[in-house]
Design a protein around this ligand. Sequence first.
Ligand SMILES: NC(=O)c1ccc[n+]([C@@H]2O[C@H](COP(=O)([O-])OP(=O)(O)OC[C@H]3O[C@@H](n4cnc5c(N)ncnc54)[C@H](O)[C@@H]3O)[C@@H](O)[C@H]2O)c1
Ligand SMILES: [Zn+2]
Length: 367
Amino acid sequence: MSNIDHTVNIDLQERSYPILIGSGLLADASLFSDKLPYRHILVVSNETVAPLYLDTLKTALGNRLVEQVVLPDGEQHKTMEVMNRIFDTLMNGRFGRDCCVLALGGGVVGDMAGFAAASYQRGVAFVQVPTTLLAQVDSSVGGKTGVNHALGKNMIGAFHQPTAVVIDSDALQTLPDRELSAGLAEIIKYGFIRDADFLQWLEENMSSLLARSKPELTHAIKRSCEIKAEIVAADEYEHGVRAYLNFGHTFGHAIETSQGYGNWLHGEAVAAGMSMALTMSARLGWLDNTEVARGLAIIRSANLPVEPPPEMTTDTFLELMSRDKKVREGRIRLVLLKAIGDAIVSTDYDDNHLSATIKQCLPDHTA
Ligand SMILES: NC(=O)c1ccc[n+]([C@@H]2O[C@H](COP(=O)([O-])OP(=O)(O)OC[C@H]3O[C@@H](n4cnc5c(N)ncnc54)[C@H](O)[C@@H]3O)[C@@H](O)[C@H]2O)c1
Ligand SMILES: [Zn+2]
């Protein structure tokens, strides 16, 4: 008997796969023998997660050839150099094309293991076992993989869909509070862009989520995965609606870049970025001030920042935002809200509105 509470299917024709959500899944031998028919598996993890969960997972994987590579922990290690260690292990262990790379960890491990799986022998099977809330609701689903370059985050990568995502909500019990909140930022994002009722549910259940109550966490993970699955199925390669998932991210990436990798967590930068995108949406007349205030209150209630760091200026924001991957023909593409639950992508806005928005959102309004 397996402990799967929910299965969310991601519908991508021959690349379709299930997202399995439940409690105790990391130790669930029957799940792994049913859903992961691979004989030779390389588990990629990191120094923090491996001591917590690797033994349990290996026991559940049972009687097959399982090797491991344990990477250093941190966004600053999401590089080609560190990823080479995965290739070294695959080559030294004579892994064939029928092997499987399994990511056990947060988004950093998942993005690197996924990119290694995308390129090793031009592509081998890949399974995600995400252990942070952010990875469970966002980075493990959808097939974006990659590493950072000194000149830009996630600039080198590939689309490579996993063959399954196994989400054990119990892993969240060891997650640091700040990381839990960072994951909540992406969950709140799904409410803003797609589901006003879910946003209201989040408002009502935020304290249970922060207290790591399992039924609420499981519901939030499931609903988030459903929304991400629906958007990715509609637009796997980001020609259209998938861009909605970048709500708050163009502002957020500017914050992350200005602070150096790792000082502001991705979810924290996205939280402040979403506050700025809400403010911009109001400036364009689409949201009213009550809706913006409500949005900021939800973000704050998850212990997330609603303002960028004080040393940033309007000019640094504009400069960093115009370097973002999402710039098209010289215009910064912004994901904004026509209403709560209804996102759009816009390049057609008055630049003065953007500068005024940034100025308004900076902690010191004179910057
Ligand atoms: N591929 C995508 O679509 C996508 C989407 C969003 C973010 N990302 C990427 O994901 C990364 C961020 O992911 P993240 O927030 O998971 O960060 P992370 O992978 O750095 O994990 C955060 C921290 O939590 C630790 N950790 C992980 N699981 C734990 C557990 N169960 N208990 C205790 N500690 C645990 C990690 O070792 C790390 O120190 C970024 O590199 C970002 O670019 C990718
Ligand atoms: Zn994100």
